[in-house]
Design a protein around this ligand. Structure first.
Ligand SMILES: *Cc1c(COP(=O)(O)O)cnc(C)c1O
Length: 421
């Protein structure tokens, strides 16, 4: 029996209606931007394997560092014990994050990084004797799939089966010059109950690569600060160069109190997540009273192999070559965006850094479940490109090592799709 049939017998895939799913393509290897299947077919990974890969697949430098770590220390309990990769990663990361970020809390993935951030903020207020129990978030936000992360995400078809069980969150629109005053008064009206405001800085990925202004976000953050509301920047997607700068918060004047990271942190090698915070938050948990402890931890907290992968990825990320590649992609996307932005089939073309999104005009029918999505997905797959549309929105979000040739091929295939679909 082939792998596809064996898979179908025993595996339940993520975000997949298994009854109607196309056969899952068995990938056997990867190199640079490309993935190869069992039959030797090549696919350009234009979505960085769900936004995680930044330096290309099976990168030899990361592989070497991971292998070295595996044979030295694969894992150790992180309560009562520590290790060099965890300490070094925290030191090196804090050195490049906004200066107010002073402590690192390790976990497993983006959702857990968000869970930790929310717990830090909620318990912060309890520990300082001024309990505030609500969270503020953006409509259409996406912060992960565990219950806490789902609760602070926008209500949608994806959360519908659980909506009655999700904790109550105050949702606001994305800020624009026009609605800022409104948003501020909404926030002021509920401030006494608001522990924190969680947001995806500059780009709401899962919502459909929705982009918004750094200036407006800054004003909103300033207002939250005035009202004593803690702020959480979820950089799980935007971190590590995606927006053209190392972190999306580098586009802001104000610094958030808490930050969440995952996805690109290991270069896309393995599952890992972390949450950073200010000393003000950290200090509120210091006490002779055991009840003020942050009672949170995962079995694989600060896994040394994941730390080693992250350190190796950071080495590559800080290379001049990576910054040059990021600049090259940003410029290349901008040229292509300019070329197609008036195409009659496109309702919108938008770019933030290495993320380029194109919204197909569906004349009102914009559901994620539209058949257009499936047609676009298959069209690109048949051309050897992995582009996974979010409804009628296609986006390119490549590993930074993508070549100009590969980018050019993706662009021309998109132009063909615009003609043919
Ligand atoms: C992907 C994502 C998450 C969840 O991360 P997982 O590792 O998939 O749990 C959280 N926040 C944002 C902004 C994301 O894009």
């Amino acid at each position: 029996m082939g792998l596809v049939e064996r898979d179908k017998k025993v595996i339940w895939h993520p975000y997949t209606q298994m009854q109607t799913a196309l056969p899952h393509i068995p990938i056997v290897s990867g190199e640079g931007t490309c993935l190869y299947d069992e039959d030797g077919n090549k696919y350009i990974d234009a979505v960085s394997s769900w936004w995680v890969n930044i330096h290309g697949h099976a990168h030899p430098y990361i592989a070497q560092k991971v292998a070295e770590q595996l044979t030295r220390l694969e894992h150790v309990i992180f309560a009562g014990f520590t290790h060099a990769p965890a300490v070094e990663l925290a030191e090196r990361l804090l050195a490049i994050l906004p200066h107010n970020q002073q402590k690192v809390f390790y976990s497993d993935n983006g959702s857990t990084a968000v869970e930790v951030a929310i717990k830090m903020c909620l318990q912060y207020w309890q520990n300082v004797g001024e309990p505030r129990t609500k969270v503020l978030a953006f409509k259409n936000a996406y912060h992960g799939d565990t219950f806490g992360a789902m609760s602070v995400s926008g209500r949608s078809a994806f959360t519908a089966a659980f909506d009655t069980l999700l904790f109550d969150v105050d949702f606001i629109e994305l800020p624009t010059k026009n609605n800022l005053q409104d948003l501020k008064s909404q926030i002021s009206g509920i401030k006494l109950n608001l522990s924190c405001f969680i947001f995806e800085p500059l780009v709401q990925g899962s919502a459909g690569m929705i982009m918004y202004d750094a200036d407006c976000l800054d004003e909103l953050l300033a207002h939250c600060r005035e009202e004593g509301i803690l702020t959480i920047a979820d950089e799980v997607f935007t971190g590590f160069g995606r927006t053209g700068k190392p972190f999306a918060c580098d586009h802001l004047q104000l610094q958030p109190d808490v930050m969440c990271f995952s996805k690109g942190i290991t270069g896309g090698t393995m599952a890992f997540g972390l949450t950073t915070c200010t000393n003000t938050i950290y200090d509120a948990f210091l006490s002779a009273d055991k009840l003020k402890t942050l009672f949170h931890g995962h079995s694989y907290t600060a896994n040394p192999v994941a730390c080693a992968a992250s350190l190796a990825s950071l080495d590559l990320f800080l290379n001049a070559e990576t910054s040059e590649n990021i600049c090259r992609i940003v410029a290349s996307h901008a040229d292509f965006a300019e070329k197609i932005k008036h195409h009659p089939k496109l309702k919108d073309v938008r770019q933030t850094g290495t993320i380029l999104a194109m919204e197909w005009d569906t004349h009102g029918n914009t559901s994620y479940f539209s058949s257009l999505r499936d047609r676009l997905y298959s069209y690109f797959l048949n051309a050897g490109i992995i582009l996974r549309p979010l409804g009628n929105i296609i986006y390119i979000l490549p590993p930074y090592c993508i070549t100009d040739n590969e980018l050019g091929y993706i662009y021309s295939t998109i132009e063909n799709a615009l003609d043919e679909i």
